[in-house]
Design a protein around this ligand. Structure first.
Ligand SMILES: Cc1cc2nc3c(=O)[nH]c(=O)nc-3n(C[C@H](O)[C@H](O)[C@H](O)COP(=O)(O)OP(=O)(O)OC[C@H]3O[C@@H](n4cnc5c(N)ncnc54)[C@H](O)[C@@H]3O)c2cc1C
Length: 496
């Protein structure tokens, strides 16, 4: 457990407990050690744990306002929380205070079919949003990530998630039209079209001040989003999904970029051979390296169409580009026939999905990745540089070779690539320290190749800031000071 607890005195704590109970009702506030323990870390990564003083579950925006006003007056940290499954421990309470568990704020408030958006409360999960849309609007779809069903829909959009529509449109923040948020001083702010109209259909209103950007990428350090409007899309009736294998990452990433530029693909994601094996349920350490004929990069390519003819035309383009690039396509339905029962990839089409093999208890139950927005043209170069880091730390030799995953977005304008280390809950402190060191070095190598690290825990956030334009940094710090003068919002994250 971490050392820091913001509210030091027991007497003061019990007064604050009473005030919190007066706001949300005693059922929805806790300071019990057992409850606090469940919020003390993410139980996945090698990030250090923290310790909150209280967990509170508000139901309304007004309750959020009352809690924040109290916290601001008393200088108590507030950490918005949905599942803490960012794989960067971004909702671990690093300096104590109040964990604001948003999960009671889980309603769908409006679905506007004509203007194509869904307005939701900020604690709603992927499972609830997708379930709701599938049940009531089966002809529509919302963008979805590979994050577990219990993770926050809005939380993911706030942190630049990658979705199954991101190749066509951009990262998850692109899908947000407008927010309602409670500022650290307790005022409510609305952004996008909702700031000057009753409609939640667009991200820009008046001159585009980009107010949405006050909450995206800030890891809960500028305020608490309470509502968000997310874009909806028609579910096109025709769809094809392929596995696209390439013998080298150089070839695989190149084909990905060429497919991206066609403007006809919804989603391209990939695993390298080693992460693919993990998804397939194979245990680490591996007893052998890459097998003869095993593709180095295996991509998932998905596209949709309004008519059969349109699908056929798109299919022709995909086949031609892949063939010219030296890749191999296998239809999803064919591919899964050869998959074993435990192979997670067979479920990739049906989101949200529980990728339990990613962080499997059977294999030890710990993993952490470091990743970021790399220039897509640099993916192969970064891969080779990172491969050397796994070798240097002895992972490859011990049967834990490089684990890479990438997703290309917005027609190839942006993309995320990330590298994982799998560990065990039984790892000794020395081994955990080695995992941390290796991840940090991977982060440094990625930064040296122009990558901006995303969903970055403190060490990695610092790496980002080190290379950030000082004038931009100055503005970021000024905005933070204006919005959160008492530094109560998720302190210790982003490491300002
Ligand atoms: C197996 C696995 C697969 C994954 N695959 C993907 C993937 O394909 N694509 C992808 O993008 N991500 C993926 N993720 C990452 C992750 O799940 C997302 O970041 C996640 O959806 C975030 O939701 P959460 O509920 O865990 O957020 P939390 O960790 O609870 O919150 C994230 C951050 O936002 C802040 N926050 C939360 N709610 C609010 C609010 N209302 N207002 C302001 N700040 C707030 C928190 O303080 C924290 O800093 C994956 C994770 C796992 C474990």
């Amino acid at each position: 457990m971490g050392e820091s607890s913001y509210v030091q005195s027991g007497a003061k704590n019990s007064k604050i407990y009473e005030r919190l109970a007066a706001i949300v009702g005693s059922r929805y506030v806790s300071d019990s050690e057992a409850v606090l323990y469940t919020y003390s870390e993410d139980f996945i990564t090698f990030e250090r744990s923290g310790k909150a003083d209280f967990v509170v579950m508000p139901k309304t925006t007004e309750e959020v306002q009352d809690i924040v006003r109290l916290a601001n007056r008393e200088h108590i940290p507030v950490v918005p929380w949905v599942a803490n499954l960012s794989v960067g421990a971004l909702a671990t309470p690093r300096e104590g205070g109040i964990v604001l568990d948003m999960r009671r704020m889980n309603k769908v408030l409006e679905v506007n079919e004509e203007d194509q958006y869904i307005l939701v409360e900020a604690g709603i999960t992927y499972a609830d949003v997708v379930g709701y849309v599938n049940r009531h609007y089966p002809h529509l779809r919302v963008p979805v990530t590979y994050a577990p069903p219990a993770t926050g829909y809005v939380a993911s959009s706030l942190m630049y998630g990658m979705t199954d529509l991101s190749m066509a449109y951009g990262d998850a923040s692109y899908f947000v039209n407008a927010f309602e948020a409670v500022l650290p001083t307790g005022e409510i702010i609305r952004t996008g079209s909702a700031m000057s109209s009753p409609h939640w259909n667009h991200h820009a209103a008046l001159p585009d001040f980009g107010l949405i950007g006050l909450f995206i990428g800030w890891a809960g350090t500028t305020g608490i989003v309470t509502k968000a409007s997310i874009k909806l899309y028609p579910k096109r009736p025709y769809r094809l999904d392929y596995f696209m294998d390439a013998d080298t990452v150089e070839r695989g990433f190149k084909i990905q970029r060429e497919l991206a530029r066609t403007g006809i693909i919804d989603d391209i994601a990939s695993n390298n051979w080693a992460w693919g094996r993990v998804e397939a349920g194979e245990k680490l350490p591996f007893s052998e390296g890459r097998r003869p004929g095993e593709p180095e990069l295996s991509s998932w390519v998905s596209f949709t169409a309004n008519t059969e003819k349109e699908l056929e035309a798109k299919d022709e383009i995909v086949k031609s580009i892949t063939e010219k690039g030296g890749g191999k396509l296998t239809l999803f339905e064919e591919g899964i026939k050869s998959f074993s029962k435990g192979d997670q990839i067979r479920y990739f089409k049906y989101l949200p999905v529980q990728l339990s093999n990613d962080i499997s208890g059977a294999r030890g139950g710990r993993a952490q990745w470091v990743g970021g927005y790399a220039p897509p043209s640099k993916n192969a170069e970064i891969y080779r540089a990172v491969e050397k880091v796994y070798d240097k730390y002895g992972y490859t030799q011990a049967g834990h070779p490089i684990q890479a995953y990438n997703r290309l977005m917005d027609h190839g304008h942006e993309g995320i690539i990330r590298y994982n280390i799998f560990g065990s809950k039984d790892d000794s402190p020395e081994i955990v320290e080695k995992h941390r060191k290796c991840l940090r070095e991977i982060g440094e190598v990625m930064r040296a190749h122009g990558t901006i690290l995303y969903k970055a825990p403190p060490y990695f956030a610092r790496l980002n800031w080190l290379g950030t334009d000082p004038a931009a940094m100055n503005i970021i710090r000024t905005i933070k000071k204006i919005l959160d003068p008492n530094r109560i919002m998720n302190p210790g994250q982003l490491d300002f």
